[in-house]
Design a protein around this ligand. Sequence first.
Ligand code: ADP
Length: 494
Amino acid sequence: MFRVHSLRWRLTAFYLGMLSILVILLGTAQYFAIREVLLRSNAEVLANDYSALLNAFKKAQQTRTGTTPTTPIQRLLLTSQFATALSSPRIGVVIIGPAGAPRAQASATLTPEQPPPQLSTEQYLAALRGHPRPYYLAPQGDPATTYLTVLIPIRVSGGASPLGLAQLSTPTDGIEQNLRQDRWLVVVGSVAVLLLALLLTPLIVARALRPLNQVARTAGALAAGDYQQRVPGTHGDDEIGRVAQAFNEMAGGIEQAFEVRRQSEERMRQFVADASHELRTPLTALAGYIDVLGRRDSVDPETLQSSLAAMQRESGRMTRLVTDLLTLTRIESGRGPTLRPLPLDAWLAGALDELGLQDQGVTATRRLAPGITVNIDPDALKQVVNNLAQNALKYAPGAEQHWTCFAEGSRAAFRLEDTGPGISAQDLPHIFERFYRGEKARDRAAGGSGLGLAIAKSIVEAHGGTIEAKSPPGAGATFTVWLPRVGGPAKSST
Ligand code: ADP
């Protein structure tokens, strides 16, 4: 169940170790505190007994000798008479003189033949100087009995310095018994606490660490390719909960990244398949012509001419396709266009002039709003104008082309409206897809590679813009290219 190096085991061992040290320290501290309290309170009882007995002794002396005492009370207090008055079956008394030497004693203690214990002269002298300790512990006899001893300065009213010391000693056996019971309680209590901790700690630690185990299991599943795995359950706001939460977020990110990669790979596969398919058609046609010509012994000039013309058409189609593919790849894998701010109307006019639409017999009108600045790569965007114009020429032959540019809020736009047959509702949602050719354009003589609008879309999006197509029934096709505008919103729009 436990692996010695597991975090669970180490946490449990650490916790139990700390708890044991704490219990031992607390038990010891409590034992000594109780011992001190007991000794001090017993010492106080002895001191109180002394005061009561001193008063009783004085009164007894006065009653015995009348109002005028024959022996001064000062002297009586240093005699064995006073010592006997102070002693009891459990209290032994020694009277110490002003020089620190014992003067008298009364030895009625536990064993009457045993004299009360004595302290060192230094201790007596220190007490006489006014520094008695609250209590002393003195061993006496064989086997040694420990006595709780107090030193009380003997004073009579008005006396500045003590006449001597009364040393009261009582055996500590009663206190020891109390302490033994206390020690026993502390030991039993501590063992019980430690046993309980030994039982509960592994369970508590295991419960706290459960999310970490789940994180490890989930990480294993992720590594094995199951990107939908998550650390189950709700996670608290503690460190481990946050680890589980962060792990789930990371797993979500990985899943998303893999999904994006999968889709991109899928798109790439589709693209390669479409491109191969598109290339195969003209290649097959070329191979067919070559085969036919090769089989004949002699070819009449007319057939030769028409075959060569057809082969030229097919190779031209292939060249256009390859050029379009290269353009698309360059835009999508390139570093993006080099933008510079330009007036939209002047740039569009220049691009349209270069196309020479009028020379091709097209009726082209322009309504170009001035004062609109856009950030563009002029050459890249010219290809968009070109593709739109060429499409209008191809799919709306003889139709008029109306070119406009305008601004709407923070956006600028240029638009081409033609008066051709328009785009069918069926084609409209797909015309920006790669290799998509509309119904009518599938006639390969008129249609292109199906990449023209895909290229236009890629270029516009690289500028941070959008391109849209509309074709209301019977009203021709309209293409609008939206670009982010440089500067404030326009006041006028078309
Ligand atoms: P291609 O390179 O073959 O011309 P495009 O991506 O440029 O392909 O255009 C996709 C399709 O959109 C065309 O096959 C055609 O059906 C349709 N189309 C584009 N422009 C027009 C237009 N001005 N009028 C009618 N249809 C159009």
